[in-house]
Design a protein around this ligand. Structure first.
Ligand SMILES: [Mg+2]
Length: 150
């Protein structure tokens, strides 16, 4: 099919009031199509530039409540995190073990606050840490925790 043939066939689907004299209708249709493309590009940017973290937290929390039950489960989560820390200690290069701790820590927070509050707290804490004074890391052994200056 060449372009002329395509145009001819596409004309058959152009059904609207005042066809051929009404420029507003196809212009609005074109805007609608452009909006749909914009929406798809927006979602591509969102999904390829990170995750929808609020949705992730909500999905994770709903799943965890369903599988592990309701309530705070503080002691259960803390003990599980300790177990995962031992697993990291045995295989620090295994990123899944670090992620296990991240998931459990987020689940602990979500059992005390909604996803928006957890995200706000993450951002607030990051800003706080960025603004704090930290000692020179070169003065510490790599197995020592480095805490901010008081
Ligand atoms: Mg693990």
């Amino acid at each position: 099919m060449n372009f002329n043939e395509y145009q001819k066939e596409a004309q058959a689907t152009a059904v609207y009031p005042g066809k051929g004299e009404n420029l507003c209708y196809p212009t609005l249709g074109l805007n609608g199509e452009a909006g749909e493309v914009g929406e798809k590009v927006k979602k591509l940017m969102r999904d390829h530039d990170g995750i929808d973290f609020k949705k992730y937290l909500l999905d994770q929390h709903l799943w965890a409540q369903n599988v592990f039950g309701p309530g705070a489960r503080d002691a259960g989560l803390i003990n599980h995190i300790k177990k995962e820390l031992d697993e990291i200690n045995k295989a620090p290069g295994d990123i899944e073990e670090w992620v296990d701790v991240v998931i459990l820590a987020l689940e602990g927070a979500l059992r005390h606050a909604n996803p928006e509050t957890v995200i706000d707290t993450l951002l607030t804490k990051q800003k706080k840490n960025f603004s704090r004074k930290w000692p020179d890391w070169r003065t510490f052994h790599s197995n020592e925790p480095i805490e901010h200056l008081k």
